[in-house]
Design a protein around this ligand. Structure first.
Ligand SMILES: CCC1=C(C)/C(=C/C2=NC(=C\c3[nH]c(/C=C4\NC(=O)[C@H](C)[C@H]4CC)c(C)c3CCC(=O)O)/C(CCC(=O)O)=C2C)NC1=O
Length: 162
């Protein structure tokens, strides 16, 4: 089950039959302390998602081998599939940022993804480059602090793919 920062510390305290200890409370303080920042960032991302993806693709994939004949992104159908995948990554990273927890990524995005990419010849290296470009473009819109919060989960997807 996908969880969030609150259920995560509650579950680990409950397993030990204890009240929240100081490190759990510190985690919650950090979570609530950045709440407004993360909610505002999620709004900005939602309003600019297609621009963020388009700019990230321009920075990372256009005019590279993947978009040339024989490349995995060549043809409209595959180009569209790639853009759709990148939009999934941004959307789910935004959910995870709001939850303050990566479990939703394991459950709904990364589960079986590496195998699917390998069987379809989707290049992981280029995908990771595009995800890193999303991180940069998004940070320039939402600011450095929120960009760092979002970046944690985009990096989580990148390492899950690699
Ligand atoms: C929400 C969870 C979720 C994810 C993550 C997801 C990914 C996903 N991407 C796919 C395909 C694909 N993914 C890409 C992506 C790319 N090719 C490149 O060269 C680029 C580097 C890269 C974009 C960054 C492409 C081109 C295909 C189609 C490959 C093909 O059918 O030949 C497929 C195979 C089925 C399909 O085509 O729809 C899946 C399941 N589906 C999901 O439901």
């Amino acid at each position: 089950m996908a969880q969030d920062a609150i259920t995560s510390v509650i579950n680990s305290s409950d397993v030990q039959g204890k009240y929240l200890d100081s490190s759990s409370l510190d985690k919650l303080k950090a979570y609530f302390g950045t709440g407004e920042l993360r909610v505002r960032a999620a709004g900005t991302i939602a309003a600019n998602a297609s621009t963020i993806i388009k700019e990230a693709v321009a920075k990372s994939l256009l005019y590279s081998d993947v978009t040339r004949p024989g490349g995995n992104m060549y043809t409209c159908r595959r180009y569209a599939a790639c853009i759709r995948d990148l939009d999934y990554y941004l959307r789910y990273a935004t959910y995870a940022m709001l939850a303050g927890d990566p479990s939703i990524l394991d459950e709904r995005v990364l589960n079986g993804l590496k195998e699917t990419y390998n069987s379809l010849g989707v290049p992981v290296g280029s995908t990771v480059q595009a995800i890193q470009a999303i991180k940069e473009v998004a940070a320039s819109l939402i600011g450095t602090d929120a960009g760092r919060e979002l970046g944690v989960y985009l990096d989580y997807i990148s390492s899950g793919l690699s």
